[in-house]
Design a protein around this ligand. Structure first.
Ligand code: HEC
Length: 207
């Protein structure tokens, strides 16, 4: 299948119709760019922009607006029992699990990870490559600190591209909730504004 179609299907799986429209405004002269071959790194980057934008918009235009500004609902880890909004990381994971269960042009996956996970279910998905990437983007002395890290790994005989994109403490809610959470382990850092708290991990098959 042509890579253009593969990317389009990958983005459909993410519900990214606006991004898709962007890719397919295929009138005449733009055909050359839309027919180009994209590397796994570029496909991952395209997925990342959509994931990042959705995460940011859910946090600001849904959670922050309704909880902090309009004060009409709470966001709660036990969201069902409390008739509350899902936390942003839970919303992200629900999306990732939905994508896991969908038919896709190739088996890509993504998750929100950290060297210091609050949810041990997230931690189970951390392969050695993911750990290396998380360490690289989270360590201030690393050349990848606060930037993307890319690598490869082989799972079940299949080679994968792995991209780790830093997830930062952008709002006081991030570090106040995480720093005081019951699930924090003894080595848990005291996060503050701007710290890299983890990363968005994207995995794509490579030939
Ligand atoms: C009200 C509490 C709360 C707030 C606010 C919050 N988080 Fe979280 N965060 C959690 C919980 C709980 C999890 C585990 C969610 C899950 O997957 O079940 C989590 C998961 C994560 C993870 C994945 C690794 C892990 O800990 O399992 C990252 C990275 C993360 N949050 C970063 C952030 C950032 C950055 C912000 C601010 C933009 C933020 N969080 C805001 C509670 C919170």
């Amino acid at each position: 299948m042509k890579l253009k179609k593969q990317i389009a299907s990958a983005l459909i799986a993410l519900g990214a119709s606006s991004m898709l429209l962007g890719l397919c405004s295929c009138g005449g002269s733009s055909e050359a760019t839309t027919d180009a071959d994209y590397s796994a790194e570029q496909v991952a980057e395209a997925l990342y922009t959509v994931l990042f934008a959705d995460r940011k918009m859910y946090a600001s235009k849904i959670v922050n607006r309704l909880v902090k500004e309009d004060k009409v609902i709470k966001a709660h880890e036990e969201w069902k029992e409390n008739k509350a909004l899902l936390l942003p990381a839970q919303m992200f994971r629900e999306g990732a699990e939905t994508v896991d269960g969908m038919d896709k042009p190739f088996e890509f996956s993504y998750s929100l990870q950290s060297l210091w996970p609050l949810n041990m279910e997230n931690a189970k998905k951390r392969t050695p490559a993911v750990m290396e990437g998380l360490a690289a983007v989270s360590d201030e002395s690393s050349e990848f600190y606060g930037k993307k890290w890319t690598g490869e790994e082989v799972i079940g005989g299949q080679k994968y591209f792995v991209g780790v994109y830093p997830d930062r403490a952008v709002a006081p809610a991030c570090w106040t909730c995480h720093n005081n959470h019951d699930n924090r382990q003894p080595d848990y850092p005291e996060f503050k504004k701007g710290d890299v708290m983890g990363g968005i991990v994207i995995r794509l098959p490579k030939s």
